[in-house]
Design a protein around this ligand. Structure first.
Ligand SMILES: Cc1ncc(C[n+]2csc(CCOP(=O)(O)OP(=O)(O)O)c2C)c(N)n1
Length: 517
C-alpha cells in the first residue's frame, strides 16, 4: 500500500474521519487515496484559515480531532491564526502538511520553506516520517498526541515521496492517557480556603464550563458562599435554562478588576490566573487583586470535573446545584441595535443550538439576553485572532448534524475568512450567519483611547472604519450560494432570523447596527 492510503486508513481507524482540506500538488496522492477510503470525508475549504478553524470547531464539539490538510509552508502559514486559536482552546486537531519529496528539498524549489519552524510554535506534537513504512505509526502517534489531555494541535509533515511510495501498512490507534486525577491534598487545600470565611471566587475554564463542572461548582458556591466566574473566552460553554448560570470574567481589565475586587481566595479549576488581554500604560498586567491567594485546584490537563466534584462532596455533601430558570426576552420593536438584536436572538435561540460567537463589540448584550434560553453551547474566540467564527461554525455543523448552528459575526472579522460561506453552501450546512454590520473596527476605536494613543485624527480613523466602500454582505453571501437578507429594524431582524432558523441549510442575515463607542 502507498503511504497516503496507509495514512488515511490509520486515521479513520483512530476515529479521524473528516479532513478539512486545501490541497496542492504535493498532496495529490493523499487526495487520490480518498476514493480508496470512503470512510474519510474530505471537505473542501477555499482558504487554509477556513480549514483550520473548521477543524477547531469540529474538535471542540466532538472531543475528537478532525484533520486539516494543508499545502507546504505557505498553506500552513495561511492556517496559523486559527491554529493559534485552537491551541488556546486545547482543541484536539491534526494538521497534515504536505511537503516536497525528501530528495527535492535541497533544490530550494519555489515552495520550499521551514515547515518545522512554522509548526513548532503551536504544535503539541510535530513529526516528519521520512519512509512510507513509518507514516502510519507517525499518524497514530500524532492522533494520540492531539488527544492527550488537555488536547492540542499535532502536525504531521508528509513528504510527497513518503505519500506516493509503496511499503506502508495501516496501524491501530494508540492508547490515550486519561486526565490526571487531582490529589486529595489539593482538593483539601481548596476546601480550607472556602471555609476561611473570606471572599472566594471559583474561576472555571475548559472542561469546568461543561455541565458536570458547572453543577459541581454551583454546589460548592452555594454551600460556601463563594462566587463562580467563567474564564473570559472559554472553548465551549454549556449554558441556558436548566444549567447553572455563570458570568464570564470581563474582557475589559477595569470591569474584570471590579468583578474580582474584594476576593481573597481565587480557586482555579481548568482556568489560568487571570491577566489583562493587553498591557495598558500604568495599569497592572495581572488581574489577581493584591492580597488575594491563588489556589490551583485543577489545571487544563487535569480531571477538572472530577476535582470540582470531589470538592463539592467535601464542602457541600448531599446538596444540589442551582439551575437557571427558563426565561426569554420579549421580541423588541423599533431600531435594530446591538442590544435589540441580542434580545431577538435570546427570544428565538433554538434548543440545542451551537453559537459561534465572534460578534465582538456588538455582542456585549448577548450573554444576558440568552442566559435563560433553552440549553445550548457557546463557542468563543479563545486566542483573540479574528477570522475564527465562520470556519468554527463549519466544523461545529459537520460535527453535530441535526443541531442548529448560529454564527454571530462582526463585519470586520467576517471578512478574514468569508470564503467559509462557500463551504457552508457546498456542504448544505444548517448554519445561520448573522453579520453585525457596524461598518467599523469599533473595538479598535475604543482601544485607541484606552492605550493612551492620541485621540485619532482623520488618518487614524481611516484605518478603523469600513464604510468606504460599504461591504454588501448579502451580495457576498449570494455570490457563494448562501441565501441572504438584510435587516434594519428589530422586527425585520426577528422575521428574518425566525425564517432562517426554520429552513434547513445555510442563511445569512446582515444586521445593520450602529457601532458602539
Ligand atoms: C488575526 C488578527 N488580526 C488583527 C487583529 C486586530 N483586531 C482586533 S479587533 C479588530 C477589528 C474588529 O472589528 P470587527 O470584527 O468589525 O468588530 P467590532 O470591533 O466592530 O465589533 C482587529 C483588526 C486581531 N485581533 N487578530
Amino acid at each position: 500500500m502507498i503511504g497516503a492510503q496507509a495514512l488515511i486508513r490509520t486515521l479513520t481507524g483512530c476515529g479521524v474521519d473528516v479532513c478539512f482540506s486545501n490541497p496542492g500538488t504535493s498532496e495529490m496522492h493523499f487526495v487520490a487515496a480518498l476514493d480508496a477510503v470512503p470512510e474519510m470525508r474530505g471537505v473542501l475549504c477555499l482558504f487554509e484559515g477556513a480549514a483550520t478553524g473548521a477543524a477547531d470547531g469540529y474538535g471542540r464539539m466532538t472531543g475528537r480531532p478532525a484533520a486539516a490538510l494543508l499545502h507546504l509552508g505557505p498553506g500552513l502559514a495561511n492556517g496559523l491564526a486559527n491554529l493559534h486559536n485552537a491551541r488556546q482552546a486545547h482543541t484536539p486537531l491534526l494538521v497534515v502538511v504536505g511537503d516536497h519529496a525528501t530528495y527535492h528539498k535541497r533544490f530550494d524549489a519555489p515552495l520550499e520553506s521551514d515547515i518545522d519552524a512554522l509548526a513548532g510554535w503551536m504544535s503539541a506534537w510535530a513529526g516528519r516520517p521520512v519512509r512510507s513504512a513509518d507514516v502510519a505509526t507517525a499518524a497514530a502517534t500524532a492522533v494520540a498526541a492531539a488527544m492527550t489531555p488537555p488536547g492540542g494541535v499535532a502536525t504531521l509533515i508528509l513528504p510527497a515521496d513518503v505519500s506516493w511510495s509503496e511499503g506502508a501498512q495501516p496501524v491501530p490507534a494508540l492508547p490515550v492517557p486519561a486526565p490526571a486525577p487531582v490529589p486529595d491534598e489539593v482538593v483539601g487545600a481548596a476546601a480550607v480556603a472556602l471555609r476561611s470565611g473570606e471572599p472566594c471566587v471559583l474561576l472555571l475554564g475548559g472542561e469546568g464550563m461543561h455541565r458536570a463542572g458547572l453543577e459541581a461548582a454551583s454546589r460548592v458556591a452555594q454551600a460556601a458562599g463563594a462566587r463562580m466566574l467563567g474564564e473570559t473566552f472559554p472553548s465551549r460553554h454549556e449554558r441556558g435554562a436548566g444549567l447553572p448560570a455563570i458570568d464570564r470574567l470581563a474582557y475589559l481589565a477595569e470591569f474584570a478588576a471590579a468583578q474580582l475586587g474584594d476576593v481573597r481566595h481565587l480557586i482555579l479549576a481548568g482556568a489560568r490566573a487571570p491577566v489583562s488581554f493587553f498591557a495598558y500604560p500604568g495599569k497592572p498586567s495581572s488581574l489577581v487583586p493584591g492580597g488575594c491567594q491563588v489556589h490551583q485546584l485543577a489545571e487544563a490537563g487535569d480531571d477538572v470535573c472530577g476535582a470540582l466534584t470531589a470538592l463539592a462532596d467535601l464542602v457541600a455533601p448531599g446538596t444540589k446545584p442551582v439551575s437557571q430558570e427558563p426565561e426569554r426576552p420579549e421580541l423588541p420593536d423599533g431600531e435594530l441595535t446591538a442590544g435589540s438584536a441580542a434580545a431577538v436572538i435570546g427570544a428565538l435561540l433554538p434548543e440545542g443550538a451551537i453559537v459561534s460567537d465572534e460578534a465582538n463589540t456588538s455582542g456585549i448584550w448577548l450573554p444576558g439576553a440568552t442566559a435563560g434560553a433553552p440549553p445550548h453551547d457557546w463557542l468563543t474566540l479563545t486566542g483573540g485572532a479574528i477570522g475564527q467564527g465562520l470556519p468554527l461554525a463549519t466544523g461545529a455543523a459537520i460535527a453535530c448534524p441535526g443541531r442548529s448552528v448560529l454564527a454571530l459575526e462582526a463585519d470586520g472579522s467576517a471578512m478574514y475568512t468569508i470564503s467559509a460561506l462557500w463551504t457552508h453552501a457546498r456542504e448544505a450546512l444548517d448554519i445561520t450567519t448573522v453579520i453585525f454590520s457596524n461598518h467599523a473596527y469599533a473595538i479598535l476605536g475604543m482601544e485607541l483611547g484606552r492605550v493612551g494613543a492620541a485621540a485619532g485624527g482623520e488618518a487614524a480613523r481611516n484605518l478603523l472604519e469600513l464604510s468606504r466602500p460599504g461591504l454588501d454582505f448579502t451580495a457576498l453571501a449570494q455570490g457563494m450560494g448562501v441565501p441572504a437578507s438584510r435587516a434594519s429594524t428589530a422586527p425585520e431582524f426577528a422575521a428574518e432570523l425566525r425564517r432562517a432558523l426554520a429552513e434547513p441549510g445555510p442563511h445569512l442575515i446582515e444586521a445593520v447596527v450602529p457601532p458602539l463607542g
